[in-house]
Design a protein around this ligand. Structure first.
Ligand code: ZN
Length: 133
């Protein structure tokens, strides 16, 4: 069923007892999933409908932001800027989402590692999760 609700960039949904999850859009024609949400498919231009994205994915690539981004929109913390990791998380839906990586242990970050991703009101944040054997 098509979702005619207004498209909201970085929208999120929360189900009872579950952490908030990102909401993207899926094309009704070619099934491409997009995030941030867009009312038109980036591949074929047809209409999209809302889809709740997976909470876990894999780190596709990453780097360390070693200087403060331009403010605004960046808002430095009260204690001042500290380098932080950023990357793209590839979700099972086939979409890659830019996210801040919530870890200070940069040496532990690996491409392909499993991460849990969620909305924060701004840039999504991802945390490493334990690999299940
Ligand atoms: Zn499409």
């Amino acid at each position: 069923m098509p979702d005619d609700s207004p498209v909201q960039d970085r929208a999120e949904v929360t189900e009872a007892g579950e952490p908030a999850r990102l909401r993207g859009r899926r094309c009704g024609g070619c099934a491409v999933t997009a995030y941030p949400a867009d009312g038109a498919c980036p591949r074929c231009g047809r209409a999209t409908s809302a889809v709740t994205l997976s909470a876990e994915g894999r780190l596709w690539t990453w780097t360390v932001q070693r200087f403060a981004p331009k403010a605004p929109p960046y808002a430095p913390p009260a204690e001042g800027f500290r380098p932080f990791a950023v990357g793209y998380v590839e979700l099972p839906e086939g979409v890659r989402v830019a996210a801040v990586l919530d870890t200070d242990d940069f040496d532990s970050i690996r491409i392909g590692m499993p991460v849990r991703i969620g909305p924060t009101g701004g840039v999504p944040r991802a945390v490493p999760v334990e690999e299940t054997p």
